[in-house]
Ligand binder design. Structure first.
Ligand code: FAD
Length: 327
């Protein structure tokens, strides 16, 4: 009989873990609270514009992830992005000297995740709010459907640190320290779409010492269509300090700062998003967490340096370790 594994969260970590486990012969089942995959590698779509409002791009350094990115490029769900990149520092604009390849999903940031999801069983609109381990089986409960009928041999939690803590603190007594160490912080994001092109002399910029930390012209990424749309991210410290701000007030403050930086959004259509858990990670880096006795694993960016590559590798390595233990 096949070993069954439930995976909670269909972000890139959960998807990567599920893909690897399936390849190793396990029977996997993903549960995702939203209606689509990819979590923070996300895109907001509208009739006239679209914007990647989570991860902006990803880099690839580990050979395993480099291979995965090659596969995505061959499948035409990812491509290199070569923005004209500036840095704003000490009130001055400079050209960025960074040379590392930056990759994006095409036609949207969630495309690599959607590609992985095609081969995986996923139940959407399932917010898992309770889990229990009894008689060597995991039982799940969801907000929307109540008790999940199927029981599982293993459980993988592929959620941001605070959500992983809320779900498992009564079972995994040591998880709290890890999640506190990860210190995940929020991010305020504004998307501004324009009917006319702005013709700014850059496509993206890192901003230092302002509430805004990053701006980018979404349409400069390959295969984007629709109106010129700029994505604005605030830095983690500012975002966390003002995370409870009313959305209109947050937008006003962010757009004041954007105007100061030369991105005048007065004619733009504005959309704002509050990320409660955007970034943060434990130090030192455990890559993943596994309780062999409980058959309980954790993966996600916060256990492996933050960012897309770390999240993907965390899921992949957890899957490999589960296979070793199970043998
Ligand atoms: P997530 O993507 O958060 O996936 C978790 C999934 O679990 C989600 O789909 C969520 O809906 C689901 N979920 C949550 N609770 C439940 C529940 N109770 N039951 C079921 N499902 C649940 N990284 C980079 O590499 N480069 C960047 O430029 C970059 N910029 C970023 C900018 C922003 C604003 C943000 C927010 C993130 C950025 N990141 C960037 C980080 C990157 O997006 C993450 O590292 C990566 O996507 C995390 O993947 P994950 O699978 O660990 O978590």
């Amino acid at each position: 009989k096949e070993t069954t594994i439930a995976i909670i969260g269909a972000g890139i970590a959960g998807l990567s873990c599920a893909t690897r486990l399936k390849a190793l012969g396990f029977q996997v089942q993903l549960y995702e609270k939203s209606l689509g995959v990819s979590g923070r590698m996300s895109t907001r779509n509208n009739d006239h514009w679209s914007g990647d409002h989570g991860a902006q791009y990803f880099t690839a350094r580990d050979p395993l992830f480099i291979n995965q990115v090659k596969e995505w490029i061959n499948a035409e769900v990812a491509a290199i992005w070569n923005p004209r990149l500036k840095v704003f520092k000490a009130n001055q604009w400079q050209d960025s000297t960074a040379t590392e390849n930056r990759y994006v999903g095409i036609p949207a940031m969630n495309s690599p995740g959607k590609h992985l999801a095609k081969a995986l069983p996923i139940e959407f609109n399932q917010t898992i709010d309770r889990v229990a381990y009894a008689q060597n089986k995991w039982q799940l409960h969801s907000l929307e459907s109540g008790d999940i009928h199927q029981q599982f041999d293993w459980l993988v939690v592929a959620l941001p640190a605070p959500q992983a803590l809320a779900l498992t603190k009564s079972i995994d007594k040591s998880i709290e320290k890890f999640t506190i160490d990860a210190n995940m912080q929020g991010c305020w994001t504004v998307m501004a779409s324009f009917t006319d092109n702005l013709n700014l002399p850059f496509d993206a910029a890192f901003i230092n010492n302002e509430s805004i930390s990053w701006i980018s012209r979404n349409n400069s990424k390959p295969k984007r269509i629709g109106l010129e749309t700029w994505v604005i991210h605030c830095n983690p410290t500012w975002s966390q300090e003002w995370i409870e701000l009313d959305k209109d007030e947050a937008a006003k403050r962010i757009l004041d700062c954007a105007t100061k930086l030369g991105l005048d959004c007065r004619t733009a259509k504005i959309s704002i998003h509050r990320w409660r858990y955007a970034s943060g990670h434990t130090n030192p880096i455990p890559v993943f967490r596994l309780h062999e006795d409980l058959k309980l694993g954790f993966c996600g960016d916060w256990l492996n340096g933050g960012r897309v590559e770390g999240a993907w590798l965390s899921g992949y390595q957890l899957a490999c370790q589960i296979e070793k233990v199970q043998k």
